[in-house]
Design a protein around this ligand. Structure first.
Ligand code: GTP
Ligand code: MG
Length: 195
């Protein structure tokens, strides 16, 4: 499903620009710089179909990618700190919230959490919004290559405990490294299995 079947469709800056909601859609949300765009690249096996960068605030639009002819992958702007003008950030934060709470065909939101840092207060805000909107979300730990096993296990425990308070949380946590490829096949299978 992923090999050779992914194309960039469009970048969206307002809810009115969203494509028709007639496909199965999954999105990637998370703090700025957590690794959303890199994860899309790793999933699709394309080095730079989604633009990644070390500067937080790289993705500023809702970027749609077609996956085969039945699915969309959606790369979202980050929340929390972003290295961009404040008025611009405010605008995309508003759009992000509108999208996460108002997209009919959104089947699952993958919420990315840095494997070194765990769930932060800004993440909690988004998780609450997803609860309220009844959007099932699944946590993906990113940058697993940057943590040692004991540190990773501590963060996993913290994330599990945070998720237990959220009715919209899907319990399985996926551990990934876009750099090394850990967890990528598993996440592909999860996305392909959504109906
Ligand atoms: P915004 O679009 O700004 O919200 O960021 P993003 O969440 O899309 O992050 P992005 O994919 O641009 O990655 C941010 C930085 O983290 C880049 O320098 C990536 O190379 C790095 N990065 C992403 N994933 C991994 C990973 O699995 N391992 C390591 N070591 N670095 C990673
Ligand atoms: Mg990005």
């Amino acid at each position: 499903l992923f090999a050779g079947e992914v194309e960039f469709l469009k970048g969206v800056v307002a809810m009115s620009g969203l494509p028709a909601d007639d496909r199965i859609e999954v999105c990637f949300a998370g703090r700025s710089n957590v690794g959303k765009s890199s994860l899309i690249n790793a999933l699709t096996g394309r080095k730079a179909i989604a633009r990644a960068s070390n500067t937080p605030g790289r993705t500023q639009e809702i970027n749609y990618f077609t996956l085969g002819d039945e699915r969309y992958l959606v790369d979202l702007p980050g929340y929390g700190y972003a290295n961009a003008p404040l008025d611009k950030v405010a605008k995309w934060q508003k759009l992000l919230k509108q999208y996460l709470s108002g997209r009919q065909s959104l089947r699952r939101a993958f919420v990315l959490i840095d494997a070194r840092h765990g769930v932060k207060a800004v993440d909690e805000e988004i998780l609450k919004l997803l609860d309220q909107s009844a959007v099932t979300f699944q946590c993906v730990l990113t940058k697993a290559d940057k943590v040692k096993a004991h540190e990773r296990d501590k963060v996993l425990t913290q994330v599990r405990s945070a998720l237990s308070k959220h009715p919209a949380a899907y319990p399985e946590i996926v551990l990934t490294s876009s750099e090394k490829g850990d967890g990528i096949a598993n996440l592909r299978a999860i996305i392909a299995g959504l109906i």
